[in-house]
Design a protein around this ligand. Structure first.
Ligand SMILES: *Cc1c(COP(=O)(O)O)cnc(C)c1O
Length: 484
């Protein structure tokens, strides 16, 4: 019986072999089906019900990666991955994830990881400057945008109901809950945040979108007035820059005006599109960012950083700290009060060293390299949109401000039958996804079933986008022929 970890020589051997495994995977990822062909339960059934009593050679674990794990993987690294929001865990980020695991930092306090604490600060300052956010913004890394938004709304609640921390929201005579406003196209994470924060799902007001799927600002202000009339307490507006369905953009400047007049928090959800604020020609999208109280952007979405890494920027970090700072005796330290302890800025105590991978990504590609890659993705999306626009059997259903195209098949002899068109589009999508060459997802806009092509992977080239278009047209033809 031995008591230590894997011996260094063995680690070296497996480490080198795994780097080789990953390099080969990256080189050959196009050979796998983009969407896993696994059936529910396939993997679970192939695995033993008990952990092994005696340790196994590490080689056997690695063998099972190929044999069992990969068949159950949906390949987000496939250049034909166009579903949801396509993302890239780029090589510099992957390598630093490896180092992060090795260092195993638990960055609750400055002293438990000066490196993670200060690198997070510096890297987020770089990111804020790249995105032209105001210098008064402070950033904090969480796992996901959902958690970032929940913390932003917790800060808004703290500001609006100063004794909420002590007394909670239940059983209040004077405040009948706090209301939150977002467009009908805002992400479901806003719903989850109001649920988690005890505001209740009914406190979320979904404001209608206009014909470009942006929040109707007049409707918002009327809803706030109506709620005040009814004795409710409006606490925050969530604006979206790059909605999840159609990547539409709310008028943040106008919403900032409303929030200033009403004295309520403005949170901007720019989880996907926020990075485009770095790119010349996209200055329009950051109008009003300087007046937001908080903004979330996900480097794990369109900044080539391996999942997960979300950033919340806020001008009111003091309020967030006020909401969550709590220092038990066993975590008291003698550092000057100017040092930042990451445990003060949220619900979780421990944090891993996520800044390392973002730092490496920003350095390896450089601002210029990142901007040109983002622009390229938008150019590819424009090209695809042009093909859709020129084809009489297809219709584009939303503007394309960034790298996502929403469209549907609308063959002229089928228009008029809404249910048949929806069904046709669902069948086309299913057929092309079964090909394994591409993976697209869908949404609903104006009640209609709509396909989405989202570009965001670094290995996606024009030929992959062209292939998706060929498959779509071919599938459309086959499905119509099958119909008759
Ligand atoms: C993806 C997305 C989210 C949620 O992201 P997670 O990091 O998975 O929580 C929230 N808002 C918008 C606009 C998004 O596109």
């Amino acid at each position: 019986m031995t008591y230590g970890d894997m011996p260094p020589d063995e680690f070296r051997r497996h480490g080198h072999a795994l780097v080789e495994w990953i390099a080969k995977y990256f080189e050959n990822v196009e050979r796998y089906p983009a969407l896993s062909t696994a059936k529910p339960g396939d993997l679970a059934r192939a695995l033993p019900g008990e952990a092994p009593e005696r340790g196994e050679p590490f080689d056997r674990v690695v063998d099972d990666l190929d044999r069992l794990i990969l068949p159950a993987v949906t390949h987000w690294n496939h250049p034909g991955f166009f579903a949801y929001f396509a993302i890239t865990g780029s090589a510099p980020g992957v390598l630093m994830e490896f180092v992060s695991a090795a260092l195993n930092q638990q960055a609750m306090l400055w002293r438990t990881s000066p490196a993670a604490t200060e690198l997070e600060d510096v890297t987020l300052r770089w990111l804020a400057r790249l995105m032209h956010l105001p210098e008064t913004c402070e950033g904090v890394i969480y796992d996901t945008a959902s958690i970032s938004t929940m913390h932003a709304l917790a800060a808004a609640r703290e500001l609006a109901v100063p004794d909420v921390r002590a007394k909670g929201l239940a059983g209040r005579k004077t405040i009948a809950g706090g209301t939150v406003y977002a467009s009908e196209h805002a992400h479901s994470s806003v719903d989850k945040a109001v649920i988690a924060l005890g505001l209740g799902h009914e406190s979320l007001r979904r404001i209608a979108g206009d014909e470009r799927f942006a929040m109707r600002v007049g409707d918002l202000e009327r809803a706030i007035f109506a709620d005040r009339e009814a004795g409710l307490l409006p606490i925050a507006v969530v604006a979206t820059v790059g909605t999840t369905s159609s990547t539409s953009v709310d008028d943040v400047s106008a919403l900032a005006e409303v929030c200033a007049r009403q004295g309520i928090w403005l949170h901007v959800d720019a989880a996907y599109a926020g990075v485009m604020a770095m790119v010349p020609g996209f200055e329009w999208m950051r109008a009003g960012f300087d007046r937001a109280d908080s903004l979330v952007v996900n480097p794990h979405k369109w900044l080539f950083t391996p999942f997960d890494l979300s950033v919340l920027f806020t001008r009111r970090m003091d309020v967030l700290r006020q909401a969550f700072s709590l220092v038990p005796e066993y975590l008291r330290t003698s550092e000057p009060s100017s040092v930042r302890n990451l445990m003060d800025t949220g619900v979780q105590l421990g944090r891993r060293f996520r800044a390392l991978k973002l730092w490496a990504v920003l350095r390896y590609f450089g601002a210029e390299g990142i901007r040109s890659r983002l622009r390229h993705h938008c150019d590819l999306a424009k090209r695809f949109a042009d093909w859709v626009d020129a084809d009489p059997d297809f219709t584009r259903v939303a503007p394309v401000p960034f790298s996502v195209v929403c469209f549907r098949a609308t063959p002229p002899d089928l228009t008029g039958d809404a249910a048949a068109l929806d069904a046709l589009n669902a069948r086309i999508l299913d057929r092309i996804n079964r090909s394994g060459e591409v993976f697209l997802s869908h949404t609903r806009l104006n009640g209609e079933y709509v396909m989405r092509l989202a570009i965001g992977h670094l290995r996606t080239e024009e030929r992959h986008v062209a292939r998706a278009w060929d498959l779509l047209r071919e599938s459309c033809r086959l499905e119509i022929a099958g119909e008759r």
